[in-house]
Design a protein around this ligand. Structure first.
Ligand code: 2ND
Ligand code: ZN
Length: 384
């Protein structure tokens, strides 16, 4: 009798599974070939490599330093070639295409408009170029048989002083392609409370925001992001593990902050490969996602920077499947968590879960029923 095998997905099933991505940087996901072409067109001569494959390797190696500060230095090259409307449009369109090709059905992609002004664009022109690019990428994806919806998150850099201005920009483009706000950049020395005026403004406007917190720096940063700033989600938040004690007998004790995060269902935008590069975790198998998932935190899986980590949503899930034996049911759980935590309206999130995510997983989970056997004679051919 044929019995159901556990739903441990292979690479092909992982790629075809509907995936939802909440934490991905536009300036961290360019195709290496595009960087080379844009640099040549703009006369940007500071690229460390001018051959696409070598440049891809350079980004991965340079980002692999164990330090968030050094990791962030690599963005100087991607931002340098994203300074014109055409370049931003192209990068955004390719981003949507690449995500769709990887089986992502819904993505929130972030970038910092203030980092794209050196050739004279205004903040509004930057946002409109990226939005138009996303729409174009969605169209191209559809023409290739994929469906994807991409929303933008506008990021303010935490070392700078433009957070309120960027928050106002996010509010102005709400319902016009921008779904929320974020702050990013070096964490140590730049607490989120520096930008309290921006967060208070967004709350008064009933708008949504996430905050990079608990990546390079620990619990105080998460606490501030939630209890002073009122973040809807945590970008990374992986250091919440520091508030969880696991005893030798396996008993688990949550501190007050970890309890709050779990009880309030605060979404954690975990990015395993990125954490390995910046030193926030030592290996996939030791990544806190294993424990946090077991304890039913609202965990989501994300790429952070596909270029710097040489990754994709499918690769992140492959690594987690290898490390923890996750099944299609686990993948669906992470995906539903992400869709529940998105910044689009509730009815749209629900429809994405019920009409796109769940049917997609049901289809994959039923594949074993239709697997062809090697013989039709009733004999397996093997001697008993
Ligand atoms: O993982 C990150 N932590 C903090 N900041 C980050 C991370 N990845 C990218 N950034 C920064 C560098 C980008 O230029 C900026 C906007 O996307 O956000
Ligand atoms: Zn990030």
């Amino acid at each position: 009798m044929m019995s159901q095998t556990p739903n441990v997905p292979g690479p092909d099933q992982i790629r075809r599974a509907p995936k939802v991505l909440l934490h991905d940087h536009l300036d961290g996901g360019l195709r290496p070939g595009t960087i080379v072409e844009l640099a040549a067109a703009r006369g940007y001569a500071a690229l460390p490599e001018t051959e696409a494959d070598k440049l891809g390797v350079w980004f991965r190696e340079a980002a692999d330093s164990g330090s968030l500060e050094r990791y962030l230095e690599t963005f100087a090259h991607t931002c340098a070639v994203m300074q014109t409307r055409d370049a931003l449009f192209r990068v955004a369109a390719e981003c949507a295409e690449d995500l769709a090709e990887d089986g992502v059905v819904y993505a929130e992609v972030r970038y910092a408009p203030e980092q794209h002004l050196t050739a004279g664009l205004t903040l509004e022109e930057v946002v409109e170029a990226v939005n138009d690019g996303f729409r174009e990428g969605e169209r191209r994806a559809r023409a290739n048989g994929h469906r994807i919806r991409v929303g933008a998150l506008l990021t303010a850099m935490r070392h700078a002083a433009r957070a309120l201005e960027i928050a106002e920009l996010a509010n102005r483009y709400r319902d016009l392609g921008v779904v929320g706000f974020d702050i990013a950049g070096a964490e140590a020395g730049y607490p989120p409370t520096r930008h309290l005026d921006a967060f208070e403004y967004l709350k008064r406007e009933n708008n949504h925001f996430t905050i990079h917190a608990g990546e390079a720096f620990g619990l105080p940063s998460i606490w501030q992001a939630l209890q002073w700033c009122g973040a809807d989600r945590l970008g990374h938040g992986v250091r919440i593990i520091d508030d969880i004690e696991v005893a030798d007998d396996g008993g688990v004790k949550l501190g007050r902050l970890a309890s709050y995060v779990r009880d309030k269902r605060i979404p954690l935008e975990l990015c395993p490969s990125s954490n390995l590069q910046t030193g926030a975790a030592a290996s996939y198998a030791e990544h806190p996602i294993g424990l946090l998932r077991k304890l039913h935190f609202r965990v989501t899986v994300n790429t952070d920077n596909r270029l710097m980590s040489g990754t994709s949503m499918s690769r992140e899930f492959e690594k987690l499947t290898e490390a923890f034996g996750y099944t299609l049911d686990d993948m669906q759980w992470f995906t539903v968590n992400a869709m529940k935590s998105a910044f689009i309206p509730f009815d749209e999130r629900l429809a994405m879960i019920n009409d796109v995510v769940k049917p997609g997983y049901a289809e994959l989970k039923s594949e074993w029923l239709f697997r062809q056997t090697s013989t039709t004679s009733g004999s397996s051919g093997a001697s008993a």
